[in-house]
Design a protein around this ligand. Structure first.
Ligand code: FPP
Length: 239
């Protein structure tokens, strides 16, 4: 029975459709993002209850700066408020919050909120929530390449012996595990520059449900589909 099977260890979610949800409700886009935040709360709780070990959420991509300044402001304020308001609850639930992305362009107050939430939850071990902020998969790959080039110049590594393990160790978050299941809401079927390295062998699951309507039912449907997949990792099937 699907419910007794272990959940995917690392679930990554592209939370899409806030704008269209707001439009359907004849409300401004900010209304959709606020409803999206409530869906984040639901999904974090549900994933922890189901035994997921890492939940990656694509909160703000490096490309999202191209949105109108007002919407960027709304998103940044929502993320900051969520960090400030949810950190204590995460700590109580033994959930560690980690932020992945280039923090330098973020506001001082958002960076402070990130630092505070990461510090408060640093010792928690039930589940990691990895919040991708000002993140893209290509940014992470370029950042890794930069670090490897520096290490090579300092003769810490030998370029000809570079392998997958060494490459992975120089990523911005070296211990980020491979993604087992990628979920994207709202009917779009793209990776949109999310975890490119970590998605190498991920199973992909798409739903037409818009992110603010996403909840336990969609999560369980995604997990049930995942359990029916034959993950071969390039080898032959066991069955
Ligand atoms: C995509 O919807 C969603 C985002 C760009 C950001 C995700 C942000 C949230 C869920 C808000 C709160 C986040 C946290 C972590 C507290 P869209 O605007 O692209 O929707 P559309 O494609 O329908 O326009």
């Amino acid at each position: 029975m699907a419910a007794t099977l272990p959940p995917p260890a690392h679930v990554a979610i592209i939370m899409d459709g806030n704008g269209r949800w707001a439009q359907q409700h004849l409300r401004p886009r900010a209304f959709g993002h606020k409803a999206g935040r409530l869906a984040v709360d639901r999904v974090v709780t549900a994933c922890a209850q189901r035994g997921v070990k890492t939940l990656s959420l694509y909160a703000f991509s490096t490309e999202n700066w191209r949105r109108p300044p007002h919407e960027v402001k709304v998103l940044m304020e929502l993320i900051e408020a969520a960090l400030r308001e949810e950190a204590a609850k995460m700590q109580r639930n033994d959930i560690r919050l980690r932020v992945l992305g280039d923090r330098l362009p973020l506001s001082g107050s958002l960076r402070d909120a990130i630092d505070a939430a990461e510090t408060l939850t640093a010792a928690c071990s039930r589940m990691d929530v990895v919040l991708a902020i000002n993140y893209s998969g290509q940014w992470a790959l370029i950042e890794t390449a930069r670090r490897l080039a520096q290490a090579a110049a300092a003769r810490e590594i030998v370029p000809t012996t570079l392998d997958e393990q060494t490459f992975a160790a120089y990523r911005p978050m070296p211990d980020l595990p491979p993604v087992d299941l990628l979920i994207r809401s709202s009917g779009e079927m793209r990776l949109s520059n999310f975890h490119l390295w970590e998605l190498a062998y991920a199973e992909l699951w798409f739903t037409d449900v818009l992110w603010p309507d996403f909840g336990e039912a969609q999560l369980d449907a995604a997990f049930a589909a995942y359990h029916h997949r034959d993950r071969r990792f390039g080898a032959l099937s066991h069955s």
